[in-house]
Design a protein around this ligand. Sequence first.
Ligand SMILES: [Zn+2]
Ligand SMILES: [Zn+2]
Length: 447
Amino acid sequence: MPLPKPLATVASLRWRRLFRSRDQQGDGGRSQRERQGEQRLLKSVYGSEADGIDSFFVVTNIIMTENQIQGVCPEFPIAKAVCSTDRSCMEGRMDPQSNGIQTGKCVKYNTTLKTCEVKAWCPVESIKSAPVPATLRSAENFTVLIKNNIHFPKFNYTTRNISPEFNISCTYNKRMAAYCPIFRLGDILQLAGENFSEVAVQGGIIGIEINWDCILDKWLHRCRPTYGFRRLDDKKTNEALYPGYNFRYARYYKQANGKEERTLIKAYGIRFDILVFGTAGQFDFFELLVYIGSALSYFGLHSDKVRSPGNSQELQSLQNKGVTSSSHERPSWCSCGKCRPAQSYWEQLCCRKKDGACITASALFEQLVISRPMLELVLLYKDPLLDLKAETLNKQLRHCAYEQYIHWRFGEDDLKERAMIPSCCRWKIRDAFPSERGEYSGFKRTK
Ligand SMILES: [Zn+2]
Ligand SMILES: [Zn+2]
């Protein structure tokens, strides 16, 4: 089974809905400046989806430290930086958790605490843990449109997850709209077994799986994706191991006096990774039929065992009535009582999986498959000048009956050369239009 090559996967968040949902939520007294900052932030971070990579990031929580300038200031009171005298601090010391390089002085952080002074962007970030509830938890109502094109090289087949009859106003729903490529972020989290507003605080990574399971045969074409969702990061990691998903970045500005100023942003958010899986296949129809045939043989054997002593009376009465043909012994793989023994295993096919009446006893079989006037009509339709008294007519009627059966049961002329007719039906047709010498070519394997 060859793997599909994802040609392109593009996720685009919907802006309009994004801002509408923010308006609905109401910003609850946040400052104009804060709001502007957020919108700037949203634009910059959402903008990254333009890179065309198979993941997108949605900011759900932020810590913003504005107006930082380069200078000296007290370090944030992490354990290593708390001091009482200059002796606790060391000039030039640097720690991965600290914000800058120590100057060697111990200074006042607030009214109760002293920390080592650092050369850094000052003032340093003053909040340690992510705000609860998450600042941008309304991102739950954002939607994302995922476009995924795939190609199966072996079959030279290309398709995409957006069907021509795609309705732009749909929203994915596992039961009601399983093919809709627009997903509400809150729904994605829910389907992954998570709660959006909880994950929004610390951030996380969610996988969106697009599974392509395709059958590329003309007669049974099926190639549409199913979607799956799961959390990829480990939410159980303890606090010390930095749970969730976040990163810092800064925006730099120049003040009138030429001094550099920056706004530091610690962004928590959910990264959505799009993972594409898939298989495609074309059944070799013959193989499929062999499979069905052998499966049926197995059923036949199975019911044979059940039948043996207890039901012998029933069998006997049937024989007494002359229902089963006395000249042909019932093969073990037959469940309808009308099949005849066959040498080749692919001809050991019954019309039934379980015991019951034979399809040849049905009224439709009579009308569609072996009714002579019907078959003559079909033959004349194909060849209006056909001589209905020709010696070869039986053979033509017989083959026409096989085709009628296939067309009736399989519905496709494509399968004419490949479909296997059950033994009972084959013999019913042969008996109705026998060959003069009693010889039949049997099923010709096309491979
Ligand atoms: Zn049978
Ligand atoms: Zn049958």
